[in-house]
Design a binder for this molecule. Sequence first.
Ligand SMILES: *Cc1c(COP(=O)(O)O)cnc(C)c1O
Length: 448
Amino acid sequence: MHEFTTEVEELAKAVMEYSLARLKSDPPLDGPRSEADLYSELGNTITAGGLGGKKTLDIFTETLALACISTDHPRNLAFIPSAPSEYSNLFDLVVGASSLYGGSWQEGAGAVFAENQALKWLIDIAGLPNTAGGVFVQGGTMGNLSALVVARDQARKTHPDTQRWVIACSAESHSSITSAAHVMDVDVLKIETNEELRLDGAHVARAIDELHATTNNRVFAIVGTAGSTNLGIVDDLASLARCAKERNIWFHVDGAYGLAGLCAPSVRHLYKGVEDADSFIVDPHKWLFAPFDACALVYRYPHLAKETHTQHASYLETLHDDSWSPSDYAIHLTRRVRGLPFWFSLAAHGTNAYSQAVEEGIRLAKESAKRIAAHPNLELVREPELSIVAFTRKGWSPSQYQEWSDALLEKQIGFIPPSKHAGESILRFAFVNPWTSMDDVQMILDTL
Ligand SMILES: *Cc1c(COP(=O)(O)O)cnc(C)c1O
Protein backbone atom coordinates (compact mmCIF):
# COMPACT_ATOMS: atom_id res chain seq x y z
CA MET A 1 0.00 0.00 0.00
CA HIS A 2 1.04 3.55 -0.67
CA GLU A 3 2.52 5.02 2.47
CA PHE A 4 2.25 8.69 3.29
CA THR A 5 4.72 9.32 6.11
CA THR A 6 4.60 12.22 8.52
CA GLU A 7 7.76 13.50 6.94
CA VAL A 8 6.09 13.71 3.53
CA GLU A 9 3.08 15.36 5.10
CA GLU A 10 5.25 17.97 6.80
CA LEU A 11 7.00 18.62 3.53
CA ALA A 12 3.69 18.99 1.71
CA LYS A 13 2.67 21.64 4.21
CA ALA A 14 5.99 23.46 3.83
CA VAL A 15 5.67 23.37 0.04
CA MET A 16 2.14 24.78 0.22
CA GLU A 17 3.19 27.42 2.70
CA TYR A 18 6.07 28.55 0.50
CA SER A 19 3.94 28.55 -2.64
CA LEU A 20 1.18 30.51 -0.96
CA ALA A 21 3.57 33.08 0.45
CA ARG A 22 5.15 33.50 -3.01
CA LEU A 23 1.73 34.06 -4.59
CA LYS A 24 0.57 36.48 -1.91
CA SER A 25 3.55 38.80 -1.74
CA ASP A 26 5.11 41.11 -4.30
CA PRO A 27 7.56 38.98 -6.24
CA PRO A 28 11.19 39.72 -5.41
CA LEU A 29 13.41 40.77 -8.31
CA ASP A 30 16.67 39.17 -7.09
CA GLY A 31 19.48 38.35 -9.49
CA PRO A 32 22.20 35.95 -10.50
CA ARG A 33 25.21 34.92 -8.38
CA SER A 34 28.37 33.29 -9.59
CA GLU A 35 28.71 29.53 -9.53
CA ALA A 36 31.73 29.80 -7.19
CA ASP A 37 29.72 31.94 -4.81
CA LEU A 38 26.80 29.50 -4.76
CA TYR A 39 29.17 26.58 -4.33
CA SER A 40 30.94 28.21 -1.42
CA GLU A 41 27.60 28.58 0.33
CA LEU A 42 26.00 25.24 -0.55
CA GLY A 43 28.75 22.80 -1.47
CA ASN A 44 27.50 19.53 -2.96
CA THR A 45 23.77 19.04 -2.52
CA ILE A 46 23.84 15.53 -3.94
CA THR A 47 25.00 13.16 -1.22
CA ALA A 48 24.86 9.42 -0.62
CA GLY A 49 22.58 9.75 2.39
CA GLY A 50 20.36 12.56 1.15
CA LEU A 51 19.66 15.84 2.93
CA GLY A 52 16.01 15.19 3.70
CA GLY A 53 13.06 17.02 2.20
CA LYS A 54 12.89 19.94 4.59
CA LYS A 55 16.58 20.80 4.39
CA THR A 56 16.58 20.52 0.60
CA LEU A 57 13.53 22.76 0.36
CA ASP A 58 15.28 25.30 2.58
CA ILE A 59 18.26 25.28 0.23
CA PHE A 60 15.92 26.18 -2.57
CA THR A 61 13.85 28.82 -0.78
CA GLU A 62 16.71 30.47 1.09
CA THR A 63 19.44 30.40 -1.54
CA LEU A 64 18.67 29.01 -5.00
CA ALA A 65 15.40 30.85 -5.59
CA LEU A 66 17.08 34.13 -4.63
CA ALA A 67 19.73 33.59 -7.29
CA CYS A 68 17.07 33.68 -10.04
CA ILE A 69 15.38 36.77 -11.47
CA SER A 70 11.60 36.55 -11.02
CA THR A 71 9.94 36.75 -14.43
CA ASP A 72 6.74 38.07 -12.86
CA HIS A 73 8.23 41.05 -11.07
CA PRO A 74 6.23 44.09 -12.25
CA ARG A 75 9.41 45.92 -13.30
CA ASN A 76 10.91 42.93 -15.10
CA LEU A 77 10.20 44.16 -18.64
CA ALA A 78 13.10 42.23 -20.22
CA PHE A 79 13.01 40.10 -23.38
CA ILE A 80 9.44 38.77 -23.14
CA PRO A 81 8.87 38.08 -19.44
CA SER A 82 6.06 35.96 -18.03
CA ALA A 83 3.30 36.65 -15.54
CA PRO A 84 1.31 33.51 -14.79
CA SER A 85 -2.08 34.03 -13.18
CA GLU A 86 -2.44 32.72 -9.64
CA TYR A 87 -4.89 30.11 -10.93
CA SER A 88 -2.51 28.78 -13.55
CA ASN A 89 0.36 28.60 -11.06
CA LEU A 90 -1.77 26.84 -8.48
CA PHE A 91 -3.04 24.36 -11.02
CA ASP A 92 0.54 23.62 -12.01
CA LEU A 93 0.93 22.19 -8.50
CA VAL A 94 -2.05 19.92 -9.21
CA VAL A 95 -0.55 18.82 -12.51
CA GLY A 96 2.68 18.02 -10.70
CA ALA A 97 0.90 16.03 -8.01
CA SER A 98 -1.16 14.01 -10.52
CA SER A 99 1.46 12.12 -12.56
CA LEU A 100 -0.42 12.61 -15.81
CA TYR A 101 0.94 11.32 -19.12
CA GLY A 102 0.06 13.64 -21.96
CA GLY A 103 1.43 11.72 -24.94
CA SER A 104 -1.57 9.59 -25.81
CA TRP A 105 -5.35 9.74 -25.60
CA GLN A 106 -5.39 6.29 -24.03
CA GLU A 107 -3.42 7.42 -20.99
CA GLY A 108 -4.35 11.08 -20.79
CA ALA A 109 -7.85 11.38 -22.30
CA GLY A 110 -9.31 13.73 -19.71
CA ALA A 111 -6.30 16.00 -19.64
CA VAL A 112 -5.93 16.01 -23.43
CA PHE A 113 -9.64 16.80 -23.81
CA ALA A 114 -9.16 19.91 -21.66
CA GLU A 115 -5.94 20.95 -23.45
CA ASN A 116 -7.77 20.62 -26.75
CA GLN A 117 -10.55 22.93 -25.56
CA ALA A 118 -7.96 25.57 -24.72
CA LEU A 119 -6.44 25.07 -28.19
CA LYS A 120 -9.92 25.37 -29.68
CA TRP A 121 -10.30 28.84 -28.20
CA LEU A 122 -7.07 29.89 -29.92
CA ILE A 123 -8.20 28.26 -33.17
CA ASP A 124 -11.52 30.14 -32.99
CA ILE A 125 -10.04 33.56 -32.31
CA ALA A 126 -7.52 33.02 -35.11
CA GLY A 127 -10.41 32.12 -37.44
CA LEU A 128 -9.13 28.72 -38.51
CA PRO A 129 -11.73 26.03 -39.28
CA ASN A 130 -13.17 23.66 -36.67
CA THR A 131 -11.09 20.85 -38.11
CA ALA A 132 -7.82 22.55 -37.14
CA GLY A 133 -5.95 21.09 -34.19
CA GLY A 134 -2.61 20.82 -32.51
CA VAL A 135 -0.69 20.32 -29.34
CA PHE A 136 1.10 22.15 -26.55
CA VAL A 137 4.86 21.81 -26.92
CA GLN A 138 7.73 23.04 -24.79
CA GLY A 139 8.24 26.44 -26.41
CA GLY A 140 8.03 28.49 -29.56
CA THR A 141 11.33 27.12 -30.80
CA MET A 142 9.98 23.55 -30.75
CA GLY A 143 6.66 24.71 -32.17
CA ASN A 144 8.26 26.45 -35.13
CA LEU A 145 10.55 23.49 -35.81
CA SER A 146 7.72 20.94 -35.64
CA ALA A 147 5.53 22.96 -38.04
CA LEU A 148 8.35 23.61 -40.50
CA VAL A 149 9.22 19.91 -40.69
CA VAL A 150 5.62 19.17 -41.73
CA ALA A 151 5.79 21.96 -44.30
CA ARG A 152 8.91 20.48 -45.86
CA ASP A 153 7.41 16.99 -46.01
CA GLN A 154 4.49 18.41 -47.99
CA ALA A 155 6.77 20.28 -50.41
CA ARG A 156 8.84 17.14 -50.99
CA LYS A 157 5.75 15.45 -52.41
CA THR A 158 5.30 18.03 -55.16
CA HIS A 159 8.92 19.02 -55.85
CA PRO A 160 11.06 15.91 -55.35
CA ASP A 161 13.94 17.27 -57.45
CA THR A 162 14.65 20.29 -55.32
CA GLN A 163 18.31 20.84 -54.53
CA ARG A 164 18.12 22.98 -51.37
CA TRP A 165 15.00 23.71 -49.35
CA VAL A 166 14.47 27.28 -48.20
CA ILE A 167 12.43 29.09 -45.53
CA ALA A 168 11.37 32.64 -46.45
CA CYS A 169 11.01 35.07 -43.55
CA SER A 170 11.92 38.60 -42.57
CA ALA A 171 15.18 39.87 -41.16
CA GLU A 172 13.17 40.63 -37.98
CA SER A 173 11.94 37.05 -37.57
CA HIS A 174 12.89 35.23 -34.38
CA SER A 175 16.24 33.47 -33.98
CA SER A 176 14.39 30.16 -33.58
CA ILE A 177 13.63 30.13 -37.32
CA THR A 178 17.35 30.13 -38.10
CA SER A 179 17.82 27.51 -35.43
CA ALA A 180 15.10 25.31 -36.98
CA ALA A 181 16.74 25.74 -40.40
CA HIS A 182 20.04 24.61 -38.94
CA VAL A 183 18.50 21.49 -37.41
CA MET A 184 16.68 20.71 -40.66
CA ASP A 185 19.72 21.51 -42.83
CA VAL A 186 17.76 23.98 -44.94
CA ASP A 187 18.49 27.57 -45.96
CA VAL A 188 16.88 30.79 -44.81
CA LEU A 189 15.95 33.58 -47.21
CA LYS A 190 15.76 36.73 -45.11
CA ILE A 191 13.68 39.30 -46.90
CA GLU A 192 13.62 43.02 -46.20
CA THR A 193 10.62 44.54 -44.54
CA ASN A 194 8.69 47.51 -45.94
CA GLU A 195 8.87 51.08 -44.62
CA GLU A 196 6.51 50.12 -41.78
CA LEU A 197 9.00 47.37 -40.83
CA ARG A 198 6.52 44.67 -41.88
CA LEU A 199 7.26 41.77 -44.18
CA ASP A 200 4.76 41.95 -47.03
CA GLY A 201 3.64 39.81 -49.94
CA ALA A 202 5.13 42.03 -52.65
CA HIS A 203 8.67 41.85 -51.25
CA VAL A 204 8.37 38.12 -50.58
CA ALA A 205 6.93 37.35 -54.04
CA ARG A 206 9.79 39.16 -55.73
CA ALA A 207 12.45 37.35 -53.70
CA ILE A 208 10.88 33.91 -54.08
CA ASP A 209 10.19 34.24 -57.81
CA GLU A 210 13.77 35.26 -58.43
CA LEU A 211 15.10 32.32 -56.39
CA HIS A 212 12.86 29.84 -58.20
CA ALA A 213 13.71 31.27 -61.62
CA THR A 214 17.46 31.22 -61.14
CA THR A 215 18.17 28.13 -59.00
CA ASN A 216 16.95 24.63 -58.35
CA ASN A 217 16.28 25.65 -54.74
CA ARG A 218 12.73 26.01 -53.49
CA VAL A 219 10.92 27.84 -50.75
CA PHE A 220 8.77 25.37 -48.79
CA ALA A 221 7.47 27.78 -46.14
CA ILE A 222 6.80 31.47 -45.72
CA VAL A 223 7.00 32.50 -42.08
CA GLY A 224 5.10 35.60 -41.04
CA THR A 225 5.87 37.03 -37.61
CA ALA A 226 2.83 38.17 -35.67
CA GLY A 227 4.51 40.40 -33.14
CA SER A 228 8.28 40.64 -33.59
CA THR A 229 10.16 40.00 -30.38
CA ASN A 230 12.18 43.19 -30.50
CA LEU A 231 9.54 45.77 -31.46
CA GLY A 232 6.22 43.90 -31.46
CA ILE A 233 5.48 44.47 -35.15
CA VAL A 234 2.96 42.28 -36.97
CA ASP A 235 3.83 41.40 -40.57
CA ASP A 236 1.27 41.96 -43.32
CA LEU A 237 -0.20 38.50 -42.88
CA ALA A 238 -2.95 38.85 -45.49
CA SER A 239 -0.55 39.63 -48.34
CA LEU A 240 1.85 36.90 -47.15
CA ALA A 241 -1.02 34.39 -47.13
CA ARG A 242 -1.95 35.37 -50.71
CA CYS A 243 1.65 35.14 -51.87
CA ALA A 244 1.97 31.68 -50.30
CA LYS A 245 -1.32 30.42 -51.74
CA GLU A 246 -0.52 31.59 -55.29
CA ARG A 247 2.71 29.57 -55.14
CA ASN A 248 1.36 26.56 -53.26
CA ILE A 249 3.75 27.25 -50.38
CA TRP A 250 3.04 26.53 -46.68
CA PHE A 251 2.20 29.64 -44.65
CA HIS A 252 3.33 29.51 -41.02
CA VAL A 253 2.64 32.31 -38.54
CA ASP A 254 5.06 32.70 -35.65
CA GLY A 255 3.02 34.45 -33.00
CA ALA A 256 4.90 33.16 -29.96
CA TYR A 257 4.57 36.53 -28.28
CA GLY A 258 2.11 38.54 -30.33
CA LEU A 259 -0.75 36.25 -31.32
CA ALA A 260 -2.06 36.66 -27.76
CA GLY A 261 -3.33 39.97 -29.10
CA LEU A 262 -5.97 38.06 -31.09
CA CYS A 263 -8.19 38.29 -28.01
CA ALA A 264 -7.76 42.07 -27.70
CA PRO A 265 -10.39 43.91 -29.78
CA SER A 266 -8.23 47.06 -30.09
CA VAL A 267 -5.53 45.26 -32.12
CA ARG A 268 -7.47 42.37 -33.67
CA HIS A 269 -7.39 44.03 -37.13
CA LEU A 270 -3.59 43.72 -37.26
CA TYR A 271 -3.86 39.95 -37.65
CA LYS A 272 -5.96 39.88 -40.81
CA GLY A 273 -4.74 36.92 -42.86
CA VAL A 274 -3.87 34.65 -39.92
CA GLU A 275 -7.07 32.75 -40.69
CA ASP A 276 -5.34 31.50 -43.87
CA ALA A 277 -2.31 30.08 -42.04
CA ASP A 278 -1.39 26.43 -42.54
CA SER A 279 0.07 26.48 -39.04
CA PHE A 280 0.66 28.94 -36.23
CA ILE A 281 2.18 29.08 -32.78
CA VAL A 282 1.47 31.17 -29.69
CA ASP A 283 3.17 30.78 -26.29
CA PRO A 284 0.75 30.98 -23.36
CA HIS A 285 3.87 31.35 -21.19
CA LYS A 286 4.52 34.73 -22.80
CA TRP A 287 1.40 36.90 -22.93
CA LEU A 288 -1.38 34.52 -21.91
CA PHE A 289 -0.60 34.30 -18.21
CA ALA A 290 0.51 30.66 -18.07
CA PRO A 291 3.62 29.27 -16.39
CA PHE A 292 6.58 27.88 -18.35
CA ASP A 293 6.69 26.02 -20.52
CA ALA A 294 3.85 25.99 -22.99
CA CYS A 295 3.60 26.78 -26.69
CA ALA A 296 0.34 26.14 -28.53
CA LEU A 297 1.09 24.71 -31.97
CA VAL A 298 -1.87 24.59 -34.36
CA TYR A 299 -2.25 23.06 -37.84
CA ARG A 300 -5.00 23.79 -40.35
CA TYR A 301 -4.80 20.13 -41.49
CA PRO A 302 -3.66 18.12 -38.47
CA HIS A 303 -3.57 14.85 -40.45
CA LEU A 304 -0.55 16.21 -42.33
CA ALA A 305 1.29 16.71 -39.04
CA LYS A 306 0.32 13.22 -37.97
CA GLU A 307 1.85 11.77 -41.16
CA THR A 308 5.12 13.49 -40.32
CA HIS A 309 5.34 13.15 -36.56
CA THR A 310 3.77 9.85 -35.51
CA GLN A 311 6.47 7.56 -34.14
CA HIS A 312 6.31 3.90 -35.13
CA ALA A 313 7.53 0.97 -33.05
CA SER A 314 6.17 -2.42 -32.11
CA TYR A 315 5.43 -1.27 -28.58
CA LEU A 316 3.57 1.83 -29.82
CA GLU A 317 1.29 0.24 -32.41
CA THR A 318 -1.35 -0.41 -29.75
CA LEU A 319 -1.83 3.36 -29.56
CA HIS A 320 -2.50 3.89 -33.24
CA ASP A 321 -6.23 4.17 -33.56
CA ASP A 322 -8.40 7.12 -34.49
CA SER A 323 -8.12 8.85 -31.12
CA TRP A 324 -6.21 12.12 -30.73
CA SER A 325 -2.75 11.51 -29.35
CA PRO A 326 -0.73 14.70 -28.75
CA SER A 327 2.54 12.89 -29.42
CA ASP A 328 1.49 12.62 -33.10
CA TYR A 329 1.66 16.36 -33.74
CA ALA A 330 5.21 17.45 -32.89
CA ILE A 331 8.73 16.23 -32.29
CA HIS A 332 8.19 14.54 -28.96
CA LEU A 333 6.71 11.41 -27.42
CA THR A 334 6.44 11.56 -23.64
CA ARG A 335 5.00 14.87 -22.60
CA ARG A 336 3.76 16.61 -19.52
CA VAL A 337 0.22 18.01 -19.96
CA ARG A 338 1.73 21.45 -20.07
CA GLY A 339 -1.37 23.06 -21.52
CA LEU A 340 -3.43 22.30 -18.40
CA PRO A 341 -2.41 25.27 -16.22
CA PHE A 342 -3.42 27.53 -19.13
CA TRP A 343 -6.68 25.62 -19.60
CA PHE A 344 -7.55 25.81 -15.89
CA SER A 345 -7.02 29.54 -15.68
CA LEU A 346 -8.87 30.20 -18.95
CA ALA A 347 -11.79 28.00 -17.91
CA ALA A 348 -11.98 29.49 -14.42
CA HIS A 349 -11.60 33.16 -15.34
CA GLY A 350 -13.38 33.11 -18.69
CA THR A 351 -12.12 34.57 -21.94
CA ASN A 352 -13.29 38.13 -21.18
CA ALA A 353 -10.74 38.34 -18.38
CA TYR A 354 -8.05 37.37 -20.90
CA SER A 355 -9.14 40.09 -23.32
CA GLN A 356 -8.99 42.65 -20.52
CA ALA A 357 -5.60 41.53 -19.26
CA VAL A 358 -4.07 41.61 -22.76
CA GLU A 359 -5.61 45.05 -23.39
CA GLU A 360 -3.92 46.18 -20.19
CA GLY A 361 -0.48 45.42 -21.67
CA ILE A 362 -1.39 47.42 -24.77
CA ARG A 363 -2.59 50.32 -22.62
CA LEU A 364 0.65 50.33 -20.60
CA ALA A 365 2.67 50.44 -23.81
CA LYS A 366 0.67 53.36 -25.23
CA GLU A 367 0.80 55.31 -21.97
CA SER A 368 4.55 54.67 -21.59
CA ALA A 369 5.13 55.84 -25.17
CA LYS A 370 3.49 59.16 -24.27
CA ARG A 371 5.71 59.63 -21.24
CA ILE A 372 8.81 58.65 -23.20
CA ALA A 373 7.94 61.12 -25.97
CA ALA A 374 7.59 63.85 -23.32
CA HIS A 375 10.84 62.90 -21.54
CA PRO A 376 13.67 65.34 -22.28
CA ASN A 377 16.37 62.64 -22.60
CA LEU A 378 14.46 59.94 -24.47
CA GLU A 379 13.30 59.30 -28.00
CA LEU A 380 10.74 56.75 -29.16
CA VAL A 381 11.94 54.33 -31.85
CA ARG A 382 8.38 53.89 -33.09
CA GLU A 383 4.82 54.08 -31.77
CA PRO A 384 4.10 50.74 -30.07
CA GLU A 385 1.86 48.37 -32.01
CA LEU A 386 1.26 45.73 -29.34
CA SER A 387 2.75 45.82 -25.83
CA ILE A 388 6.44 46.54 -26.57
CA VAL A 389 7.82 50.08 -26.43
CA ALA A 390 11.32 50.73 -27.78
CA PHE A 391 13.26 53.94 -27.23
CA THR A 392 16.72 55.42 -27.07
CA ARG A 393 18.54 57.56 -24.49
CA LYS A 394 20.00 60.61 -26.22
CA GLY A 395 23.77 60.73 -26.18
CA TRP A 396 24.49 57.34 -24.62
CA SER A 397 27.13 54.93 -25.89
CA PRO A 398 26.38 51.18 -25.91
CA SER A 399 28.40 50.74 -22.71
CA GLN A 400 26.36 53.45 -20.94
CA TYR A 401 23.19 51.53 -21.77
CA GLN A 402 24.70 48.40 -20.26
CA GLU A 403 25.93 50.21 -17.16
CA TRP A 404 22.50 51.74 -16.57
CA SER A 405 20.85 48.34 -16.96
CA ASP A 406 23.30 46.64 -14.58
CA ALA A 407 22.79 49.36 -11.98
CA LEU A 408 18.99 49.09 -12.29
CA LEU A 409 19.14 45.40 -11.42
CA GLU A 410 21.80 45.95 -8.78
CA LYS A 411 19.55 48.47 -7.03
CA GLN A 412 16.63 46.03 -7.42
CA ILE A 413 14.58 48.63 -9.29
CA GLY A 414 13.96 46.67 -12.47
CA PHE A 415 15.33 44.40 -15.17
CA ILE A 416 15.67 46.10 -18.58
CA PRO A 417 18.62 44.80 -20.62
CA PRO A 418 19.50 46.85 -23.72
CA SER A 419 18.78 45.60 -27.23
CA LYS A 420 19.63 46.90 -30.71
CA HIS A 421 17.58 48.21 -33.62
CA ALA A 422 19.06 49.21 -36.97
CA GLY A 423 22.55 48.92 -35.49
CA GLU A 424 21.78 51.31 -32.59
CA SER A 425 21.42 50.50 -28.90
CA ILE A 426 17.85 50.73 -27.68
CA LEU A 427 15.90 50.07 -24.50
CA ARG A 428 12.63 48.24 -24.61
CA PHE A 429 9.77 47.62 -22.23
CA ALA A 430 7.80 44.41 -22.90
CA PHE A 431 4.52 44.53 -21.00
CA VAL A 432 2.89 41.18 -20.34
CA ASN A 433 2.23 41.60 -16.63
CA PRO A 434 -1.15 43.07 -15.69
CA TRP A 435 0.27 43.94 -12.24
CA THR A 436 2.70 46.43 -13.73
CA SER A 437 1.47 49.97 -13.10
CA MET A 438 2.36 53.34 -14.58
CA ASP A 439 4.05 54.11 -11.24
CA ASP A 440 6.40 51.20 -11.95
CA VAL A 441 7.13 52.66 -15.38
CA GLN A 442 7.70 56.12 -13.95
CA MET A 443 10.12 54.73 -11.37
CA ILE A 444 12.26 53.41 -14.24
CA LEU A 445 11.91 56.55 -16.39
CA ASP A 446 13.09 58.65 -13.46
CA THR A 447 16.48 56.90 -13.61
CA LEU A 448 16.99 57.96 -17.26
C1 LIG B 1 9.96 33.90 -27.89
C2 LIG B 1 9.76 33.71 -29.33
C3 LIG B 1 10.02 32.48 -29.94
C4 LIG B 1 10.65 31.33 -29.20
O1 LIG B 1 9.82 30.85 -28.20
P1 LIG B 1 10.42 30.02 -26.98
O2 LIG B 1 9.18 29.66 -26.22
O3 LIG B 1 11.32 30.95 -26.24
O4 LIG B 1 11.14 28.85 -27.54
C5 LIG B 1 9.73 32.34 -31.28
N1 LIG B 1 9.22 33.36 -31.97
C6 LIG B 1 8.96 34.56 -31.43
C7 LIG B 1 8.39 35.64 -32.29
C8 LIG B 1 9.23 34.79 -30.09
O5 LIG B 1 8.98 35.99 -29.55
